[in-house]
Design a protein around this ligand. Structure first.
Ligand code: NI
Length: 173
């Protein structure tokens, strides 16, 4: 298990679509452990394998709260959105690969996702609210898509400008 470096916007591997997992083996379980450890270290609620430079269709999420200490943790291998509501929902999103940048993103209010856990057991979830949003965000990562791609051109340009400025300041400091 290890905390891995999270790729940042501009690094090409972040845009590589993930390859479907075929073997539910020790290598996959090690990848899942690394994803969880890296997500907790970065204090994120979700992380996808392409974000640590591994082009596999694997993501993890943890939306646990005090009411539900165990229920909010999800490992998804080869997840697919099998249903999504026409009803949409707007909320502010950020991403560990674009630190400190946030913007309002429109997504389906409800989704049904099917996939597998690290042992190869089928997992299905019908989600709404934050989980629905987080699942769509992470599954986007598996296709090399970032939340900024879902903004209007105007908003994306404004965010990228802010991002470049913050990166320059970071390099100086
Ligand atoms: Ni993200």
């Amino acid at each position: 298990m290890a905390v891995r470096r999270i790729l940042l916007l501009g690094e090409e591997a972040l845009r590589d679509p993930g390859v479907e997992v075929e073997a539910f083996d020790d290598e996959l379980r090690a990848l899942v452990e690394d994803l969880l450890e890296t997500m907790y270290f970065a204090e994120g609620i979700g992380l996808a394998a392409p974000q640590i430079g591994v082009s596999r269709r694997v993501c993890v999420l943890d939306l646990r709260d005090e009411d539900d200490p165990e229920g909010g943790r999800w490992v998804f291998v080869n997840p697919v959105i099998v249903e999504s509501s026409d009803e949409e929902d707007k909320a502010t999103e950020g991403c560990l690969s674009i630190p400190e940048m946030e913007e309002v993103v429109t997504r389906s209010a409800r989704v049904t996702v099917r996939g597998f856990d690290a042992e190869g057991q089928a997992v299905e979830v019908e989600a709404d609210g934050l989980l629905a949003r987080a699942l769509q965000h992470e599954i986007d990562h598996l296709d090399g898509v970032l939340f900024i791609d879902r903004l209007t051109t105007y908003k994306r340009r404004a965010l990228l400008k802010k991002w470049r400025k913050s990166q320059k300041e970071g390099a100086k400091g």
